[in-house]
Design a binder for this molecule. Structure first.
Ligand code: A3P
Length: 345
């Protein structure tokens, strides 16, 4: 009798356990497929050129997953036609500045449902060989997107390359241009650190930053050193202003994007006439990484690659002071032209 009761109890426990595990598995599967709750429905024109406000974020994120597949070349011509996908020329370009936080800016803007990023730096306008291939070649390098979305690319070399402003103007004279800047001396050291790492990877030796940044003959700042020249923002901007009015530029504070990204991104949303969609939910501070990382949804988040946020070598304070003094008048001019003031020393 006792044995029979125990067997019955075990059977009940087994049924309850199975139910619990089943429910758990169902929940996990459901969370994993949350993005798919809004099915793609090309027949009723759900993703046709209608107001971007109407599309729920999750649906757009699902679209992203789909677009990702398409970008990898997995889309058939039929799918592209059905989903009304197009490869659009960029409506906005992050033209620089190298080491200003261009990757972080692009990836963060890509959180916006109406933005689609060109993942690679395309170097169309700064590379003569690419430029000679023509605008159709450039367009074909763009990701597939829905017609209401805007494509953004970033190639930081554009900012400092002589021919680029005229070439971009010829493509689209009303394009929006984003420039992300950091305190010029820090940016120059970051630039140096990237080159140094490249040399070290190839087992090569390299000069110390101090030796490159200061001319040993004059003991003055070496303006021939590229990392120094790139940080003279106003000189480059002045070349751009021969083609575009200042209203077509938006200056992003790269130092603030590191510590407090959301307000900077909200300013960009406004500049691009996009509805505010990026929220604090999309950005979380990762203490191990020491930087903000991106949260697309409950299951998908990512931090930037380890090559972003390198530890800078220590630089002689007298060299830092000299550089800051050197950049000071150029910074003042930059504030004056752009209307954006920074607390740079
Ligand atoms: P450092 O490596 O000097 O720290 P770019 O993408 O233009 O090359 O800029 C790289 C810089 O982006 C990094 O410079 C880093 O400080 C900055 N950055 C800004 N936000 C970041 C983020 N969320 N994660 C990693 N790096 C970020």
């Amino acid at each position: 009798m006792l044995f029979k009761q125990q067997a019955l109890l075990r059977q009940k426990l087994f049924v309850l356990g199975s139910l619990a595990i089943g429910s758990l598995l169902y929940l996990v599967a459901r969370v994993g497929s949350l993005d798919r709750l809004q099915p793609l429905c090309p027949i009723d024109g759900r993703f046709g050129p209608r107001s971007q406000d109407e599309i729920p974020l999750r649906a757009l994120q699902f679209k992203r997953g789909l677009l990702h597949e398409f970008r990898k070349g997995n889309a058939t011509k039929e799918q592209i036609r059905l989903h009304n996908l197009v490869q659009q020329l960029p409506k906005a370009i992050i033209i620089g500045v190298r080491k200003g936080g261009t990757r972080a800016l692009l990836e963060m803007l890509n959180l916006h449902p109406s933005v689609v990023k060109a993942s690679q730096e395309i170097h169309f306008f700064d590379n003569d060989e690419n430029y000679a291939k023509g605008i159709e070649w450039y367009r074909k390098k763009m990701p597939f997107s829905y017609p209401h979305q805007i494509t953004i690319e970033k190639s930081p070399a554009y900012f400092i390359t002589e021919e680029v402003p005229e070439r971009i103007y010829k493509m689209n004279s009303s394009i929006k241009l984003l420039i992300i800047v950091r305190e010029p001396t820090t940016r120059a050291i970051s630039d140096y650190t990237q080159v140094l790492e490249g040399k070290e990877r190839k087992n090569k030796t390299y000069y110390k930053f101090e030796k490159l940044a200061i001319d040993p003959n004059t003991c003055e700042v070496n303006t021939k050193y590229k990392a120094v020249r790139t940080s003279i923002y106003t000189k480059h901007l002045e070349r751009w202003l021969k083609y575009f009015p200042i209203e077509q530029f938006h200056i992003v504070d790269g130092d603030r994007l590191i510590t407090e990204p959301l307000p900077e991104l909200q300013l960009v949303e406004k500049f691009l006439n996009l509805p505010p969609r990026i929220s604090q939910y999309n950005l979380y501070f990762n203490a191990t990484r020491g930087f903000y990382c991106l949260r697309f949804n409950i299951v998908f988040n990512k931090c930037l690659a380890g090559s972003k946020g390198r530890i800078h070598p220590e630089v002689d304070t007298s060299v830092i002071t000299k550089l800051r003094k050197f950049f000071h008048p150029f910074n003042q001019k930059f504030y004056q032209i752009t209307g954006r003031t920074f607390n740079w020393p």
